[in-house]
Design a protein around this ligand. Structure first.
Ligand code: SF4
Ligand SMILES: [Zn+2]
Length: 194
């Protein structure tokens, strides 16, 4: 095992941020390393994330775990797959991406598929980084824009999903919209003009 497998209170003293770690006061460090299958591991994972949610250094812990590629366990309220999906997020965007992941609480297949195939560039635009222009998630094919809409809205798209920013190839969640988003945007424009 490498040091990254251990709970924060067993790490090297150089990690001074661990002094205020909430998990230092938890009797069972294994609580942050769920094992088992199905509902059991899911419950353990959720319980550990719940503890992290009250920890004063949750953001520092999550950022460190992602940057240093901690392989196992719950760190900073994030599980292994969530951390992997955030590994390529640019440093400046990481806090916002972590906060979004916290809100999801549980692993999100769509978010992971999107985050692992995209990169943010200037002005908030996001580029699709792989050749494949569709990806299978939970047995169904998704286009990059459909995935972006799911990440932004947390729902299935209605009608075609189109980019509405200045970059036609952009797949930023906030820069795409389906029929519902277009209708709401059109209504807002009308209200402003009225
Ligand atoms: S965020 Fe969670 S894992 Fe990290 S120090 Fe706090 S309680 Fe421990
Ligand atoms: Zn854009």
């Amino acid at each position: 095992m490498t040091s990254s497998h251990y709970a924060p209170d067993t790490l090297a003293p150089a990690r001074s941020w661990t002094a205020s770690a909430l998990c230092r006061s938890i009797a069972d460090p294994d609580a942050f390393f769920p094992t088992g299958n199905g509902a059991t591991v899911q419950q353990q994972t959720n319980d550990a994330k719940q503890l992290c949610a009250s920890c004063p250094i949750r953001m520092t812990c999550a950022t460190t775990a992602i940057r240093e590629n901690y392989q196992y366990g719950i760190w900073g309220g994030l599980d292994e797959r969530q951390r992997r999906s955030l590994a390529r997020v640019p440093k400046a965007d990481l806090p916002a991406a972590i906060r979004t992941a916290w809100k999801r609480r549980t692993y999100d297949h769509h978010f992971d598929a999107y985050a692992s195939r995209t990169v943010q560039i200037d002005d908030g635009h996001v580029m699709w980084t792989v050749k494949n222009t569709s990806v299978t998630v939970l047995g169904r094919n998704w286009t990059p824009r459909q995935l972006a809409l799911w990440v932004g809205q947390g729902r299935e798209p209605h009608g075609p999903v189109k980019t509405h920013c200045s970059r036609p190839d952009c797949v930023a969640a906030e820069h795409v919209g389906d029929a519902v988003v277009r209708m709401l945007r059109a209504r807002q424009i009308k209200e402003v003009a009225a």
